[in-house]
Write a protein that binds this ligand. Structure first.
Ligand code: PLP
Length: 387
């Protein structure tokens, strides 16, 4: 059997909507993108959305719109993809890396509370809803992440690259923090090939993000080549970026959005099968799920080989690969990356939990069209490898 780590599922209206765009004679940002923005905003209940060509772009625009600048500090999890932290450096600010919770790889309110005590001058936080599971945003005791941030005047940006459509206590991720950023990269829960979206309820933030996504131009000029009115006149109010989403991508996204819950459910059923098949293996720690299963988008199914395991993570990956099974690692933590390590003198002993996760973690294949036989095959090969 050949089982890739991930596989896109494009069985809906993708081709039809892309054909509509090709036949419209206008390939870059226009009506399909605006429709995609409206529909994603409606879906999660946010007021405004700004479609861009990656989640990285959305994160960059978001921090810029929040006013993060040279010399500022921003809390960020150590256990994440480099995009979450690199955007802080784009603006000349500095990340303050936080360790995460074992089993979820999330920043918890307890971790954040400690960090606030240690770094009272940090006024921005980026959280990551790892693998599709939301962080503890709010709770009855009013000491969730958002509660803590409100009490300490900390602005929150949610890196929700893994988390469409995820929920916290039944409410969609997209409106808890000041800004939420989704990724529609090729391996994400819904995709546009490459793409991302910034969501916010704040009018100033959306105005700034929309200006900066297209060269710092002060008004929408998408129609400047097609309009019958003289619409060439525009001003540049800041040195912006070139981050807009083309309509071809938005067309794919619109079709994916129509089946987002169906795709999520299929992923969920695969996760359930993994839990069932792997539950009694002593040397594997399964993902710790603290949300309801239906609130999880199941982007990843990440296991950790613990100290009882006779093979190490790399040997396990090789054994699976030799049997045709693709896996991945989420993540080699940022404290182990040369750039961050050297620039901020990061040491593994400062991140004991993410270091521990990293030593044993691997992510198993999970994608909507994976069938029961394939899941069982992965589980059987894994069991053989570890026995
Ligand atoms: C946690 C996280 N944040 C941000 C990104 C960046 O997403 P994009 O490739 O859309 O820029 C990724 C990509 O995998 C990610 O995993």
């Amino acid at each position: 059997m050949k089982i890739p780590f991930s596989k896109i599922s494009c069985n809906g209206n993708e081709l039809k909507y892309v054909t509509d765009v090709l036949e419209s004679g206008w390939l870059t940002t226009a009506e399909k993108t605006f429709e995609f923005e409206r529909k994603i905003a409606n879906y999660v209940g946010a007021k405004y959305a700004c479609a861009v060509n990656s989640c990285t772009a959305a994160l960059h625009l978001g921090l810029e719109a929040l006013g993060v600048t040279y010399g500022d500090k921003v809390f960020v999890p150590d256990m994440t993809f480099t995009a979450t932290a690199e955007v802080i450096r784009y603006l000349g600010a500095d990340p303050v890396f936080l360790d995460v919770e074992y089993g979820t790889s999330l920043i918890t309110p307890e971790i954040l509370e400690q960090a606030i005590l240690q770094y009272p001058d940090v006024k921005h936080l980026i959280i990551v809803h790892f693998g599709g599971q939301a962080c503890e945003m709010t709770n009855e005791q009013k000491n969730g992440i958002i509660d803590l941030c409100q009490r300490n005047q900390i602005k929150v940006m949610e890196d929700a690259a893994h988390a469409f459509p995820s929920k916290w206590q039944g409410k969609y991720i997209g409106t808890f923090g000041d800004i939420t950023c989704f990724s529609f990269y090729a391996n994400k829960t819904i995709t546009t090939g490459e793409g991302g979206m910034l969501l916010t309820d704040n009018e100033e933030i959306i105005k700034r993000a929309k200006t900066m996504r297209l060269h710092g131009i002060n008004r929408d000029v998408w129609d400047r080549f097609t309009s019958e009115k003289p619409s060439w006149e525009y001003d540049v109010v800041a040195p912006g970026f070139k981050y807009n989403m083309p309509d071809i991508s938005a067309a794919i996204g619109l079709a994916q959005l129509e089946v987002a819950e169906e795709l999520r459910l299929k992923r969920q059923s695969i996760a359930l099968l993994y839990f069932e098949n792997l539950k009694n293996i002593e040397c594997i720690d399964l993902p710790l799920v603290k949300v309801k299963f239906e609130d999880h988008s199941w982007h990843l199914f990440t296991i950790t080989l613990n100290h009882k395991c006779k093979v190490n993570r790399n040997e396990c990956i090789e054994a699976l690969s030799s049997k045709g099974i693709g896996t991945s690692v989420h993540y080699k933590p940022l404290h182990r990356m040369t750039y961050y390590q050297n620039k901020y003198q990061l040491k593994p002993c400062d991140f004991p939990v993410s270091e521990n996760i990293w030593q044993g973690t691997l992510s198993l294949p999970i994608y909507p069209d994976m069938n029961i036989n394939e899941v069982e095959y992965v589980c059987n090969v894994l069991k053989e490898t570890l026995s």
